[in-house]
Ligand binder design. Structure first.
Ligand SMILES: [Zn+2]
Ligand SMILES: [Zn+2]
Length: 313
């Protein structure tokens, strides 16, 4: 940053740590300056952004808008591999978006978090120290936080990440009238599970859901959206426990791959046992009310009296 007479000229790009630069589209377009800095690779994090110098630098492109509802965390694994391999091989990389404030800073922060085992706040502070104008949007900040909670491993095997994807399905549904692609919980009857609590169909004993599939909630009036944020006081998310509250006659779970209609994008449907067809409950992406009074969105609701819990031995 250069301070002039009563104004501040912001650099088009800034070096954050050795070999890692964050900058704007203007930085990407300035070949002379890129060469001067010794840049070898460019990571473009912008919507429909064609490389300015495809023959001079090695590019990776992430096609994404700077909007809080965009899923940027899904790219962190790939962008970190790209950035890491450049730096480990002595190259220099510019991570850029349009203004060099939100998307590029988010991707650079994710890299620093994983490499140096940092929290989101620490990584952001590291970048701000060199480029004060960075300002990841609120949704991206949440996703950096989620990245930390996921221990830098973005995998649909993790209940917390599936909760995040479900919250995106709900947003998609509100905006477009369909839920988009649903990542459903794995069928416990089709995999070997570590010892954990299991719910079986009361009638035929088929394994249906595990403790990790249950979305707990506090009894009482009010709204509950699926939340992946553990610190959200309203969204009580305890993936490894079944709800203890006896006021609730239903279990609320995540969408499961054995449920009819999930893959076909049906907004609501009955939930029947996939083996004996016994009625278990129903689901609705618009939400439903629990017997305790709480509204839960979306609702994948299984009546307690249709299932039996088995505890680990
Ligand atoms: Zn309830
Ligand atoms: Zn059954």
């Amino acid at each position: 940053m250069i301070e002039g007479k009563g104004f501040v000229i912001q650099n088009t790009m800034d070096q954050i740590v050795e070999g890692l630069y964050v900058g704007s589209a203007m930085a990407e377009s300035d070949a002379a300056k890129l060469r001067e800095a010794g840049i070898t690779h460019i990571l473009s994090v912008a919507r429909h952004y064609p490389p300015s110098h495809p023959n001079d630098f090695i590019y990776m492109s992430v096609d994404i808008d700077d909007l809080p509802e965009e899923n940027i965390i899904q790219f962190f694994t790939e962008t970190n591999i790209f950035t890491g391999s450049v730096l480990e091989n002595g190259g220099r990389v510019l991570v850029h978006c349009m203004a060099g404030q939100s998307r590029s800073a988010t991707v650079a922060a994710a890299y620093l978090m994983q490499r140096d085992t940092l929290t989101a706040e620490e990584a952001i502070a590291t970048i701000k120290d060199k480029r004060p104008q960075i300002h990841p949007n609120s949704g991206f900040l949440d996703q950096l936080q989620l990245y930390y909670d996921l221990n830098y491993d973005v995998s649909t095997d993790k209940a917390l990440y599936r909760r995040f994807l479900i919250s995106h399905n709900v947003e998609h549904f509100k905006e477009y009238g369909n839920v988009g692609t649903v990542v459903a919980g794995l069928d416990p009857s089709k995999q070997t599970l570590p010892a954990q609590r299991l719910m079986r169909c009361k009638k035929c004993r088929r394994a249906l859901i595990t403790g990790a599939n249950v979305i707990d909630h506090q009894a009482g009036a009010g709204q509950l959206a699926f939340s992946y944020n553990k610190r959200n006081a309203n969204g009580v998310d305890t993936p490894h426990a079944f709800p203890q509250n006896r006021a609730c006659s239903s279990l609320f779970v995540e969408p499961m791959e054995w449920m009819d209609g999930i893959r076909d994008g049906l907004v609501e449907n009955k939930i029947n046992c996939p083996k004996c067809d016994a009625k278990l409950g129903s689901y609705n992406w618009s939400g439903a009310q629990c017997s305790c009074g709480k509204w839960i969105t979306p609702s994948f609701q299984i009546h307690r009296n249709r299932v039996d819990e088995t505890r680990p031995i």
